[in-house]
Design a protein around this ligand. Sequence first.
Ligand code: SF4
Ligand code: F3S
Ligand code: ZN
Length: 103
Amino acid sequence: AIDPNFEDNREVAEEHEGHQVWGPVEEPETLGIHGTHVAVDFDICLGDGACIDDCPVDVFEWVDTPGHPESELKADPANEDQCIDCMICVDVCPVDAIDVDAG
Ligand code: SF4
Ligand code: F3S
Ligand code: ZN
């Protein structure tokens, strides 16, 4: 599962589509955690898609991650600033790849 304390345990490695990426990042095998308020551990995500289907405000967008050992598609929190903290994505992800900091 995603580390809920990733902000203490990791450092920002880069930016992607306006959100932070928490490292380590070593493409293509290691991709880090994308987003901060809505955080997706790309190294755990296996491209299930439930979060994309169920988020009521379309926070997530697919991104291609060719060569990643878990899956070659990830749910990117491209619109994390629109999140309404419903926690549906956290509940539906089969591998607990998502952390939402509802404060
Ligand atoms: Fe979407 Fe709700 Fe998850 Fe926020 S908590 S990203 S609104 S499903
Ligand atoms: Fe990935 Fe979980 Fe969404 S596996 S695509 S973060 S439901
Ligand atoms: Zn991203």
